[in-house]
Design a protein around this ligand. Structure first.
Ligand SMILES: [Ca+2]
Length: 396
């Protein structure tokens, strides 16, 4: 990559022990060079804080709006009436109706899944619900999972969903919020290290909300059985990578210290014991340590926060240069970061797809183009389409 301004630090130098050859962290200190070869086409506008999207088998798109509505895009047009039958949501701060996902056997059962914030300002939590989509209506709405630990305030609900090839689902849950939010007399964010709380975790559940018997802590006395990985602050991007049989997640830090992690079952990703982040108030270091034995180092750290939300792996043909790369949405950076990966998942470089709006979600559509949701009162669905790019070796 041209002008890759990243510092690669060998994990061995930090933790002093044997590490795998690929145990390194790309620490991004500066803006990345702009990626070319695409144009932005606004397909739909007038979406109020859109958060997640999914394609139906007929090509229609369902889009969640954080205030609590589910919208349908049919034949390229936003259907005026929202879908009926949605659950009531706690729509304050970062809360509301959040992610959406189709059951792996949607064609047979018409089941979709929603995550949302439930409750009130003084007591709320993330829920996962499922319902059957019939035309303009959700039927048989059922809550299949809810976070065990009740929190206050409007921060850190997570909550992206992704299905694994075995038919189980990963769902991301935030740490409960920044100081001064407390739980049992200490900062609630410490719950990210407490395996007996769902806060600050990636969870693995079945489609009925039960926990699979082969979860890493299924038989541990001191853990919630749904825990898949822990030590997370707030993950709003997760994707399964079939090319490398890996799970990737983008995670909000506090002031600086946003992360991309390769998520492995049973592992501790450090928050808030190890982190590059600083406190919002006073910019004080949250920890003196950025790495410790027994904790997983991030693959990428953004020292100037991009505020990552939405993550996808590009596997299409229209952008051959991007094949096998990760695309990370940035709310604060108002761009999408292309993480150029080699076949083993090592970072080769990073570029910026300038969007000019807060990016809440980025996905690959069935037409193998990239689709973007912008987090605004008048938010948009944008499609990225290829154009001739002089940088591309295949360009004329
Ligand atoms: Ca971490």
């Amino acid at each position: 990559m041209r002008r890759l301004l990243a510092v690669f630090i060998m994990g061995a130098l930090i933790i002093g022990g044997p590490v795998a050859a690929d145990a390194q962290t790309a620490i991004i200190e500066e803006d990345m060079p702009a990626e070319g070869g695409f144009r932005r086409v606004v397909l739909v506008s007038g979406l109020e804080h859109p958060w997640g999207m999914v394609w139906l088998p007929d090509g229609d798109i369902l889009i969640t709006e954080r205030p609590g509505r589910l919208r349908r895009v049919h034949a390229g047009q936003l259907v005026a009436a929202p879908i009926d039958g949605l659950p009531a949501v706690f729509a304050e701060g970062q809360g509301g109706l959040l992610d959406i996902s189709l059951h792996p056997r949607f064609k047979e059962n018409a089941r979709l899944f929603l995550t949302y914030a439930h409750g009130r300002g003084s007591a709320n939590r993330t829920r996962v619900a499922t319902a059957i989509l019939r035309g303009t209506l959700l039927e048989d709405l059922r809550v299949v999972f809810e976070v065990d630990t009740v929190k206050s305030g409007g921060q850190h609900f997570g909550s992206r969903m992704v299905w694994l090839p075995d038919g189980t689902m990963l769902v991301t849950i935030g740490d409960g919020g920044n100081p001064p939010v407390t739980h049992k007399g200490e900062w609630i964010r410490k719950q990210a290290q407490n395996k007996s709380s769902h806060l600050g975790k990636v969870l693995r559940i079945q489609d009925d909300g039960a926990t699979p018997a082969d979860n890493p802590f299924a038989n541990a006395a001191d853990a919630q059985t749904a825990v898949w990985s822990y030590g997370h602050r707030n993950i709003q991007g997760i994707v399964f990578d079939p090319l490398r049989n890996a799970v990737w997640a983008s995670e909000h830090g506090a002031l600086g210290g946003d992360e991309l992690n390769r998520i492995q079952a049973g592992q501790n990703y450090g928050w808030p014991v190890v982190t590059y982040s600083r406190e919002y108030v006073g910019a004080k270091k949250i920890s003196d340590d950025t790495s410790r034995p027994g904790m997983q180092d991030p693959v990428v750290v953004w020292m100037s926060a991009i505020a990552p939300s939405g993550l996808t792996l590009y596997t299409g043909k229209p952008f051959p240069r991007w094949h096998g790369d990760l695309f990370v949405g940035g709310l604060r950076s108002q761009d999408i970061r292309r993480i150029d990966l080699d076949g083993d998942g090592r970072v080769r470089g990073q570029t910026s797809l300038r969007i000019g709006h807060r990016v809440r979600d980025v996905r690959q559509g069935p037409d193998e183009l990239l689709y973007v949701l912008t987090d605004e009162t008048d938010g948009s669905l944008i499609r990225l389409e290829p154009v001739a790019d002089p940088q591309s070796p295949s360009a004329p």
